[in-house]
Design a protein around this ligand. Structure first.
Ligand SMILES: NC(=O)c1ccc[n+]([C@@H]2O[C@H](COP(=O)([O-])OP(=O)(O)OC[C@H]3O[C@@H](n4cnc5c(N)ncnc54)[C@H](O)[C@@H]3O)[C@@H](O)[C@H]2O)c1
Length: 269
């Protein structure tokens, strides 16, 4: 493909489903995909927030449901097909955090719910939206993993298992659906300043300075930085990329040394 004439990418004419699009990374993505020309549908469990996000993001439509519930997902996808005819792009951002408890203290039902929303939800939405993409022979999906899916974080077993599962699901789908023209990738964000993280900061669950010192780029992420990575992977600019896991983490997952990154290399005399 030699497309020298188009220096900018756009998503004109595409219909994009953004789960969890009422808040945080999903809302930032909904806004950006709209700005790039897509017709955006927000799917969220929080109807009131989704309604408010319509105006704020420029999205065309919102549907309400629980991504962890198969019937709910089928209903949302059917409604989008009935109203807009097709889904070209999916950004699976719906997710919840966990209880920050060690495995032996976690309550099984809560553990399961975290896995269900983050992993089963991604699976169900890919499955429901992917069927029509496969029939048509085109489509692009971006799932949301996490640095917690790349390496173990004590106290985060449910979330970590789910986000590691999202990576494996992404790779499996990329292999199954690549021959049928559907690309599936995921991003692995680090700490991003969204409502989810702001509430953890307010409750002093973690100290931003500690994270900044552990991050080569020295700061937390903006949600728009996740949206831009997702938009790239969704777009035709990523036409030869599938099954990829893109860390959007300021270098967090690249760093393997002891101590703070800003101290520089240990000097051996
Ligand atoms: N913020 C971070 O630092 C960070 C880091 C790594 C990964 N992530 C992932 O990014 C995604 C977005 O996170 P965020 O920080 O923007 O969170 P957020 O809480 O701001 O937004 C999540 C959205 O998902 C919706 N949602 C929750 N459960 C749902 C369900 N069962 N069905 C449908 N919608 C549901 C919520 O109503 C909300 O609108 C999540 O998958 C999260 O795990 C976030």
């Amino acid at each position: 493909m030699h497309d020298r004439a188009s220096p900018h990418f756009n998503l004109d004419g595409r219909t994009a489903l953004v789960t969890g699009g009422a808040s945080g990374i999903g809302a930032a993505a909904a806004r950006l995909l709209h700005e790039l020309g897509a017709k955006v549908v927000i799917a969220d469990i929080n109807a009131q927030a989704a309604e408010a996000a319509l105006e704020e993001t420029g999205a065309a439509l919102h549907v309400t449901g629980d991504v962890a519930d198969a019937e709910s997902v089928e209903r949302m996808v059917d409604e989008i097909h009935a109203r807009l005819g097709r889904i070209d792009l999916v950004f699976n951002s719906a997710g919840i955090g966990d209880d920050l408890l060690p495995v032996h203290s976690q309550e099984p039902a809560r553990w399961q719910r975290v896995v269900d929303v983050n992993l089963r939800g991604t699976y169900l939405v890919c499955r429901a939206a992917g069927r029509e993409m496969l029939e048509r022979g085109s489509g692009s999906i971006v799932n949301v993993s996490s640095i917690v899916g790349l390496g173990a974080f004590p106290g985060r077993s449910a979330y970590g298992v789910a986000k590691a599962g999202v990576i494996h699901l992404t790779k499996t789908l990329a292999c199954e659906w690549g021959p049928r023209g559907v690309r599936v990738n995921c991003i692995a964000p680090a700490y991003t300043k969204t409502p989810m993280v702001r509430s953890l900061l307010e409750r002093k669950i973690f100290d931003p300075a500690t994270i900044e010192r552990r991050t080569p780029l020295g700061r937390l992420a903006e949600q728009e930085e996740m949206a831009r990575a997702a938009a790239f992977l969704l777009s035709d600019w990523a036409s030869y990329i599938t099954g990829a896991v893109l860390p959007v983490d300021g270098g967090w997952s690249a760093y393997g040394a002891a101590g703070d990154v800003d101290k520089g290399p240990p000097v051996q005399v």
